[in-house]
Design a protein around this ligand. Sequence first.
Ligand code: ADP
Ligand code: 5GP
Length: 202
Amino acid sequence: MSEGMLLVLSAPSGCGKTTILKRVMAELPGLVFSVSHTTRAPRPGEVDGRDYHFVGRDEFETIRDRTPSGFLEWAEVHGNLYGTSRQEVERLRARGLDVVLDIDVQGAVQVRRDWDPVTVFIAPPSLAELERRLRGRGTEAAETIALRLANARREMKAAADYEYLVVNDVLDVAVDALRSIIVAERCRRRRAPSGEAVELRL
Ligand code: ADP
Ligand code: 5GP
């Protein structure tokens, strides 16, 4: 069985990445989400082990500082530490599953350097609309929203380093674009749109 691909998805916070991803994952088999570790506190409704592995700073640093590091990549984002478990990603890819890494632009730089990922940047139609969505989601305090908007301006500059750009204006269009990218990348690797290996019967 061939190894699954790594799919790096980055987007400014509040852009709709989680919403798009949920829809695409419900429609496409063979796609799994890599659950990151973070030192950030859980938001209401977030579940430990499903949305993130919520850990203290000490535990995060212990995993990070192993040799080789327990994290495939890690970064400090909005004042918290986030990292992708190397062991989890390797286990999933070995099963032939395509692994989605929802990581920031600093993490994407590290993954691009050491692996051969498919990279997708999701952008909001405008910064004003991004602010509306962040406020509308109602999960962030006013100062956190200001910090996330300032970071968004910086992150958008990195969009050019990604292979694909998806603008999340109309949700259905963005979902269709991400699904199409994944299907095309599977075909490029001689796999069926479902993710299964293709056997040519000649
Ligand atoms: P992210 O995971 O990028 O931080 P979310 O998926 O939580 O963002 O989306 C942020 C908010 O924007 C949510 O309230 C979501 O319902 C809303 N949203 C997502 N996509 C769209 C869209 N295309 N049009 C309008 N609102 C959207
Ligand atoms: P949030 O706190 O809104 O869930 O995520 C904040 C930012 O951290 C997002 O840009 C998200 O993509 C990023 N992030 C989440 N997990 C990881 C990770 O494991 N590594 C890196 N580098 N960034 C992550």
